[in-house]
Design a protein around this ligand. Structure first.
Ligand SMILES: C[S@@+](CC[C@H](N)C(=O)[O-])C[C@H]1O[C@@H](n2cnc3c(N)ncnc32)[C@H](O)[C@@H]1O
Length: 426
């Protein structure tokens, strides 16, 4: 090791300890085995382009972008990795399949948790990323992790059956290969997108084994899967760093094709702002996203990477806020868009607590009407008791005709090629 105090062994141990403290503070997870894995695995060796102190921040770090500048690989935020590892409930000796090797860091954490008697296979669709992950894992002391360059939609039959399957990339469906390769008693944890709003769901086979039932559901935000399982959602860049995620693809609910330049011009123009009279906590707003997503075909998400030059962020009052980015809920059509905003800018570290008053801002010729509709949705969600991720269930049934037997009353049924997803609250 070379360099300043942060880079000697004691400095690195301190950085890792700080990361553990932060992850525990953010997630409330007290599992000592997960904390020990975070202490043991040298994340800086999986992010060799970063100074070690930056590699130990509780932040997602983009490692690859496509030609349009959209992130397509990253090392996910350690806090959400810890949450999903908690949902996965790994035990020594288990066989695990990961979809989305990325840097290889999560595979190393899982190798640490399954121990020498376990087996970890991690698949990435990009051969260059798979090769890098292999290199990082070897350098960090995990040469036994198998990294495969393939579309993870096919799983990895040679390693099956698996006790645990995890996707660290957002999906809208369950690949039949994963269900086939899951052994008896298996658990599957995936970031499942429900019209643009992701929830990390832990699924196990039902008692009868005919379908999969969710054991826990936690809001999350992963980049979307590519390849055979890619869903209809599209991210449209409006300007460098500013994008809109459209859950049904580029054709808007009014039948027009989304025009990034037009949407950007609307956002540059005057806003008509409304106070909704509703207050909510930051964690509750994911439930508002799900409410909008399942009730209004115009719903979308607007995101902005924070400019490095210190100019004020366009979305500085967006309710979802991280050091590197901010995002908000919106509805859009070809004539405008309306955004959910807070009264005051959210702190850049995302750590706003308590209740905040929600406002809406409409842009473009349809902005005022869209703003009125968005405010009405927010008020209806509030009157319904602000349903959120707590008590949310997403069960998965095999594809077929008609409502599946035993589906809970009032469940929203989402038909996908690989599974029929029943979404409901208890
Ligand atoms: C958020 S990153 C995963 C982070 C990773 N687990 C880590 O610890 O660094 C998502 C990864 O999924 C990969 N990916 C996207 N579509 C895929 C697919 N169909 N099969 C396998 N990997 C895929 C991307 O290339 C990207 O590396």
């Amino acid at each position: 090791m070379t360099g300043g105090p942060a880079e000697d062994a004691t400095g690195l141990a301190e950085l890792r300890e700080r990361l553990v403290t932060e992850v525990q503070r953010v997630t409330g997870i007290r599992d000592e085995r997960i904390a020990a894995a975070l202490r043991d695995v040298p994340r800086h060796l999986f992010l060799p382009h970063l100074p070690p102190p930056d590699a130990y921040l509780d932040d997602a770090i983009v490692t690859k972008r496509d030609a349009e500048g959209q992130p397509i690989s990253s090392s996910s935020q350690p806090a959400i990795m810890a949450v999903m590892l908690d949902q996965l409930a790994l035990a020594p000796g288990q066989r695990v399949l990961e979809i989305g090797a990325g840097t290889g860091y999560n595979a190393a954490l899982m190798s640490q948790l399954t121990g020498p008697a376990g087996a970890v296979v991690s698949v990435d669709i990009d051969a260059d990323l798979a090769a890098q992950a292999r290199g990082h894992l070897a350098a960090a002391g995990y040469p036994d992790v198998t990294v495969v360059a393939a579309d993870g939609a096919g799983g990895y039959p040679p390693g099956a059956p698996y006790d645990r399957i995890i996707a660290t990339v957002g999906v809208g469906d369950l690949a039949p290969a994963w269900l086939d390769q899951a052994g008896p008693g298996a658990r599957i944890v995936v970031p499942l997108g429900i019209r643009g709003h992701q929830v990390a769901v832990a699924l196990e086979r039902s008692g009868s084994g005919g379908h999969w039932v969710s054991r826990s559901a936690v809001p999350c935000g992963f980049m979307r899967i590519r390849g055979a399982l890619a869903g209809p959602e599209r991210t449209l860049m409006l300007q460098p760093g500013l994008s809109v995620m459209l859950p049904d693809g580029l054709t808007l609910a009014d039948g027009h094709e989304a025009d990034g330049a037009a949407l950007a011009a609307f956002l540059d123009g005057p806003a008509s702002e409304l106070d909704t009279g509703t207050t909510a906590g930051s964690r509750d707003l994911w439930g508002l996203g799900l409410w909008l997503g399942t009730r209004d075909r115009r719903s979308c998400t607007v995101a902005e990477e924070r400019p490095a030059d210190g100019t004020p962020a366009r979305l500085d009052r967006a309710p979802f806020s991280w050091p590197a980015a901010a995002s908000t809920l919106a509805i859009a059509d070809s004539g405008g868009l309306a955004l959910v905003l807070l009264e005051q800018p959210a702190p850049a570290d995302g750590a706003w607590t308590g209740q905040a008053r929600l406002r809406v801002a409409g842009f473009g010729p349809h902005g005022a009407a869209l703003g009125t509709d968005l405010a009405a949705h927010i008020q209806a969600w509030d009157q319904a008791g602000q349903p959120g991720a707590a008590q949310l269930h997403v069960d998965a049934y095999p594809p077929g005709e008609g409502a599946p037997d035993g589906i809970p009353e009032g469940a929203l049924l989402i038909e996908r090629p690989g599974a029929r997803l029943a979404v409901y609250h208890t």
